[in-house]
Design a binder for this molecule. Sequence first.
Ligand code: PLP
Length: 434
Amino acid sequence: MLRHALDHELLGTAQPVAGFLDTEGIRDTVHALHTAFEPVPDVLHTFAVKASSLVPVLRLLADLGMGCEVASPGEMRLALDAGCAPSRIVLDSPAKTREEITEALARGIALNADNFDELDRIDALRPADCASVIGLRVNPQVGGGSIGAMSTATKTSKFGVALRDEGGRERVHQAFAERPWLTRLHAHVGSQGCPLELIAEGIAETYRLAEEINARLGRRQITSLDIGGGLPVNFADDTVRPTYDDYVDALRTAVPGLFEGRYGLVTEFGRSLLAKNGFIAARVEYAKTSGGRRIAVTHAGAQTATRTVLMPGSWPLRVGAFDAHGHPKSGAPEVQDVAGPCCFAGDVVAEARELPPLEEGDFVVLYDTGAYYFSTPWAYNSLPRPGVHGYALDDAAVRCVPVRDAQTLDEIAAESGAHHADGLLGLAPEPVGV
Ligand SMILES: *Cc1c(COP(=O)(O)O)cnc(C)c1O
């Protein structure tokens, strides 16, 4: 694939960094997800749009039977532009404005309220003929995983209604008793770094709460459970582990009732659907030595591998070394840093990594970066958003299509206020004594 990209100048001196998505890999992963959950009679698999906020990706996923989980007006717009049916969209943001809520309810988009105040807003805004499924997000407070920033079920998490806080559970009961249209419970226990057992425990806790609420109300008011996403991804090598089958096994052990068909299920996976189906490739601009350390200065840094650069301990990536023609480099491995183009010292995607010596004109590949990396760039140093390409390998042939164009300098200027260039000058002090 890399060779095809170089031959067709998708990557080179003009485009020194780009993202690539393996469409067959995505199809296989979506298939694996659907197959794993086949025992559940009624399930809607949505894709967490933040993991790859690219319209062609969302359309491909919609074509494969997936809906979208969105968390902002921008993500809602992308899901709709991709052709996702409103009834297959779930809105989950923790900071929904009244306008956002009104729009979602008018369109029949499902919505999970994050807190009781949001439920009060919905009381006021909900039209009489509302088609939206409305749920309440709870925080089962089962604890965190290995990455604090990815753990949403800690005691003090900002997400959902804290079930173990004093009076929390009672207020949830009351909220459902007062609102017959509130028919779903939602929990997303966490993302990367959360063990399956922890996620399953959070879902079990949510399931038990649903049973308890329905029993107390004497009717099956809660008809569906949204169990979130969060299946971790193995960044250490090529194998997919854990698999969706592993996840379903963990759920079966912790919550056998989930498979009895009494509740519809919604899932919201992101990273596990895309991470292993994409990579970033970047040109080595310079190779230098500093303090005895070899350093390859490449075009892939914090602007596209933001988490890895800012939190290297939590988000290590595998790096591949290729020559200017896209062939794997040989050469005895040497310890070197793979740095990026950003102007801060920490802009290093791999520190002290053993790789064949990288030289000017070579390429590095950052593996498993199909989710949350090139789709979610950071505008640091006014570096352009890299182009993204989708590809399929058939026998010997490679077919490649554009997914997102690389950002141009005109676009960077425009989003940097070029239209208001004189704006601040207009605030000059009034001339005195006139
Ligand atoms: C981020 C997020 C997801 C997706 O998490 P992954 O780890 O990418 O699977 C799902 N649901 C909610 C509410 C989220 O915030």
